[in-house]
Design a protein around this ligand. Structure first.
Ligand SMILES: Cc1cc2nc3c(=O)[nH]c(=O)nc-3n(C[C@H](O)[C@H](O)[C@H](O)COP(=O)(O)OP(=O)(O)OC[C@H]3O[C@@H](n4cnc5c(N)ncnc54)[C@H](O)[C@@H]3O)c2cc1C
Length: 446
């Protein structure tokens, strides 16, 4: 069996793995990207929200997303609340992407900057100095392993939601999306300009368990026949059920030399979309972390701290988005919907705006993403949210701490900062700090 050596082994060349590998390759690291490179199974079309475009553009990857798409969705038709609704996107709709085309394009782009190895990962053995990865094409030795095998990296993880992907024909307007709540789940459909429809029915796993191919077709046809909008679907082809529920690991570091990115770390429930944005963002972050970890002159702990913090923030945001989307549904009150947890109210820390204020917690430090490395920077803790302020538009945590000495009213703190910084920036930063619970009443300890 062949042996390979690289600084970093990336396992899995889905969007997260391909982006991570490409970014590290561009940064000069020696990377091997391992995947069996078989065509994608399951759903064939995905939506890429407009909020993901700036990062895709910044990394030079936007064109791959655009080229894998027929164009943005124009409207979303919903049977989600009591009466039917249509949300028109007015040019800001998500791109409807061909999943296979996107995976191939991102993988080819990664291949321009890394070594591709067509193989299936079988086992990972890590040590303090690196890892050995056993694959179907031999062993790979690397200083760092980044696992991007999607949900398959956590096979043992149970899901509370299964997707049954399908393709069909039907008379729905091109570039439209359809979302429909059912008593036991929901349906998502997207209509492409060539007249094909792609989507998935989302159900508790027990509903689809044990069904053969024929039964799945009969099941889908029966489902659609009960829908006012989808009852004319024909030529239905069903895929295989796949895990689709929200799931997340506690932390993205399996060990100091073994990181998780993309769905392997946090698989979002598709109701909240943004799985691709998370794959992109976590890949970019992991690539800079890898560069920091492998540079003996830089602080590995800063990279670890940064990754943990970003993971916690991503999990919290995903959980909130999922709960918000489910809480919005009010057509059905069955067990399926009752089991979807409601959003928790935000932490009730008092917002200090009156009297003399001071920082509620001592100045600390946080790991921040620089251009090509992660480093420590002075930080103000935002106690109401799991976050920090290090710097915004040239105004940094040290400036704010200095402006709070001696204790003063918020108005006076703003005046002190306003002598050296743009006043609109000062107000924005002070608002963020106030909402984040960064201030306490002077003389009181919290
Ligand atoms: C039904 C459904 C609908 C969705 N719709 C949307 C949507 O509309 N918009 C959106 O943004 N997100 C959506 N998502 C989520 C999105 O698909 C994922 O978040 C995204 O694909 C994650 O990318 P990834 O690279 O982390 O994992 P994956 O895309 O799962 O890629 C994993 C890679 O690892 C490889 N791999 C697996 N095992 C091995 C192994 N043993 N050895 C080597 N390689 C291996 C695979 O071949 C694959 O290339 C949806 C998910 C589901 C289930």
């Amino acid at each position: 069996m062949l042996s390979h050596k690289a600084q970093v082994a990336v396992l899995g060349a889905g969007p997260a793995g391909a982006v991570t590998a490409r970014q590290m390759g561009l940064a000069g690291l020696d990377v091997v990207l391992i995947d069996p490179f078989v065509p994608v199974t399951g759903h064939q079309i995905e939506s890429f929200p407009a909020s993901g475009a700036p990062l895709a553009e910044e990394t030079g990857l936007l064109r791959f997303f655009c080229e894998a798409s027929d164009g943005p969705a124009e409207a979303m038709h919903m049977q989600w609340r009591d009466s039917p609704e249509t949300r028109r996107f007015e040019g800001k709709g998500p791109l409807l992407l061909h999943r296979e085309s996107l995976h191939v394009a991102l993988r080819e782009e990664a291949g321009r900057h890394t070594t591709l190895l067509q193989a299936r990962v079988q086992k990972i053995i890590t040590s303090v100095h690196g890892a050995r990865v056993r694959t179907s094409a031999g062993e790979v030795c690397a200083d760092l392993v980044i696992d991007a095998r999607g949900r398959q990296a956590r096979k043992q993880h149970k899901t509370d939601l299964t997707a049954l992907p399908f393709a069909a024909q039907g008379n729905l307007p091109a570039f439209s999306m359809w979302l429909e709540a059912m008593t036991q789940g929901w349906i998502w459909v997207s209509a492409l300009p060539d007249g094909t429809l792609h989507g998935a029915v989302f159900q508790p796993p027990e509903v689809l368990a044990g069904m053969g191919a024929e039964e799945r077709l009969t099941y889908l046809a029966a489902r659609f026949s009960r829908s006012a909008n989808l009852n004319q679907l024909h030529g239905i082809a069903a895929g295989k059920p796949m895990a689709a529920g929200f799931s997340a690991v506690d932390g993205p570091l399996v060990s100091a030399r073994h990181l998780l990115v993309g769905d392997a770390a946090l698989a979002r429930d598709p109701i909240a979309s943004h799985g691709l944005v998370h794959a992109l963002r976590s890949g970019v972050q992991a690539a800079v972390a890898a560069k920091t970890i492998l540079d003996p002159d830089l602080d590995t702990r800063a990279a670890h701290s940064f990754l943990r913090h970003k993971h916690r923030a991503a999990v919290a945001a995903a959980r909130l988005a999922t709960q918000g989307a489910y809480a919005d549904q009010c057509r059905f009150k069955t067990k399926f919907w009752a089991d979807r947890p409601l959003p928790e109210p935000p932490a009730a820390l008092p917002r200090v705006t009156q009297g003399l204020v001071t920082l509620a917690a001592p100045l600390t430090r946080a790991a921040v993403l620089g251009h090509d490395r992660i480093h420590w920077a002075p930080a103000i803790k935002l106690l109401a949210v799991d976050d920090f302020l290090t710097e915004a538009g040239g105004l940094n945590a040290l400036d704010v701490a200095a402006a709070c000495r001696p204790a003063a009213s918020l108005h006076e703190v703003a005046n002190r900062l306003g002598r050296q910084h743009d006043r609109r920036l000062v107000f924005r930063v002070l608002e963020r700090l106030t909402l984040g619970g960064a201030f306490a009443q002077a003389g009181l300890s919290v």
